[in-house]
Design a protein around this ligand. Sequence first.
Ligand SMILES: [Zn+2]
Length: 244
Amino acid sequence: MITKQKSKTITVDKIPVDVKRKDIKNLHVGVYPPDGKVRVSAPQHMDDEAIRLAIVSRLGWIRRQQKGFARQQRESAREMVTGESHYYRGRRYRLNVIEKPGRAQIRLINNTMMELQVPPGKDTSGRWRVLDQWYRQRLREQLPDLLQQWEPIIGVQVPECRIRRMKTRWGSCNIEAGRIWLNLELVKKPAICLEYILVHEMVHFLERQHTERFRDLMDQFLPDWRLRRDELNQAPLAYETWEY
Ligand SMILES: [Zn+2]
């Protein structure tokens, strides 16, 4: 008889790791915001030493994720003032704030500058809202073309594709509701990453789990998906991982 164990903490190379045994086939490692906590789900039969080795083999990735979260925390401490760096479609822009009466707006200049025009007296959170809305519009306007392109290739219809901020996922889907959620943060990444996540979630309409069939479908539709995933994994967000 297998008795379920509660989670326990082991330390690997000075990194505390929460380990939980579950009825699963493959080990799953996740790094979570805000402080980069490491959690592992392991198959019931896997012993501690095998788990430790699996974590050691992923230490590089774990450290990159943790660094990313640290950077993200620094980024979220930004005040929306001239000179800060902000990202859009994989490119870094220097923010230039211009106080001017009238409608708030954002313009990109020479692929290097993000000009934020705001009425005088708009505070940090007001400025953030302007940027947030701009990001949402930019992401939303990319979706119709992408969906139109991919629906016939994958052979699924996506009735609803929505955007929200998510802390641990780049995308998710609700198959019953026919809805895909995309993380607003994708707007800051190269366009190939947005396409990868959208295709990934669309493929879930054909195959729910990250099975071999799922990977075969990804290989078929988007042969370079691993490169795109690695590009995203450089970035400060935990993303669902699976054995490959
Ligand atoms: Zn998935």
